[in-house]
Ligand binder design. Sequence first.
Ligand code: AMP
Length: 510
Amino acid sequence: MSPSLYTLIEASLPQDRTRTAIEAPDRSRGPRIWSFNDLLATAARYAALFARLGLARGDRVALQVEKSPEALAVYLACLRGGFVFLPMNMAYRADEVDYLVGNAEPSLVICDPSVETSLKEICTRRGTPHLLTLDWEAGGSFVDAAAGVAEYDEPAACSADDLAAILYTSGTTGKPKGAMLTHGNLAANGVALRDAWRFTEADVLLHALPIFHAHGLFVACHCALLSGAKMIWLRKFDREDVIRELPRATTFMGVPTFYTRLLSGDDFCREPVAHMRLFTSGSAPLLAETFEEFRARTGHAILERYGMTETGMNASNPYDGERRPGTVGFPLPGVELRVMSDEGAPLAAGEVGGLQVRGANVFRGYWRMPEKSAEEFTEDGWFRTGDVAMIDADGYVHLVGRAKDLIISGGFNVYPKEIEELIDDMPEVLESAVVGVPHADFGEAGAAVVVLRHGFLLDEATLIARLKDKVANYKVPKRAFFVESLPRNTMGKVQKNLLRETWRGACEGG
Ligand code: AMP
């Protein structure tokens, strides 16, 4: 039986577990330092608390909290005890959280005190047995409850097929789907990345990504935990904090927006990063222009990789060989990629088609959506990524578009359909289309193109303000335009390509 991810992590830590696992700088109180011993002991205590609360293996633990070392320990506690970790973005509004809680039926929700009132209402209505709080400074009823737990249980004997986490990802239908990731999925991908990117216990990873998403939680934390590297743990990306901490780090992982922000001032230059070993980028396309400017300014070639919630990482530019801007490199060891025509035939090098993936990294399906899950797999067991790609004669994978019209704003996915439905629900609106347009800071942002009902009035600011009440800020279009009608093709489909062309310059200034 292959070991659980927890066993694998434990076995990968340095011999000397008094070494620092996490250092969380705090300008007012001085850094919080956790050794590997602290991290493991805290995870054991939390896992024991979950069991005392009556949680059984396979039960979900949902979190809507700020990033903290405690939140990472909750993840490890789930891995240790065989519970299923379910992180939620702090930016989610009550309606979004309500849907996730209703769909995933967690046995325990841990939330930031700022959202406790609304979660209390949701949990009562949905019959969630336990709700506890955790703030980013280690305060809250969850920490208090865990402090009283003295005896730990043995780690659960999880197998590779057991569920480790459910991460929700928005779908084209507008409703988020829970991607079920197993211990085996996460372990396979973590080891592949650690080895491909040469992580060792001598590394210090500057961690500025959120941990409710696969990038910050799995890609970053697994590289560190599976090699025994230290993490400098920033609550969020803050340009000044990152520049201050980089001299003490050896590696950094970012979404493209991090890199454009770092480059936005002259104080970011070669000297503080000369010693760095590796910068990686992913979750959205890194412009060749950003890659070149970063190289010119720092001497480093950013290593771009490609993955998705459902599959973990699929492809990566090489550690040693040539890192080609505008490409996501080669399939990772253990991962197969193929480009297929619409008719389902394999395409040759240089031809553009739908990208499919197969490997131990590929998820088990969407939570409680067997039909939707089956639809996304081919008969011969490949997962349809929804990305449109080309593999060139040298084997480099180029992503050329997204079949599903996804917008990626600052590294976060926005599915236009979800926003269009909210706009269409407004009484003044007849119909709408949301498209991605270039944005100086976020790479891409949503622009809403709206047709009003005859005789009704609505202005841009009101429309945007109403959306801000309903969904996370990053999903809200940055601009809204009012038109007489939407362009459609002969099949009646809205021609989003024309809208993207028309409003291309709408958000260029940021
Ligand atoms: P998520 O599930 O949030 O990780 O989003 C996955 C999607 O992000 C993929 O299907 C791609 O469309 C996109 N993506 C991830 N990495 C890259 C990249 N390096 N370049 C372009 N798109 C990317």
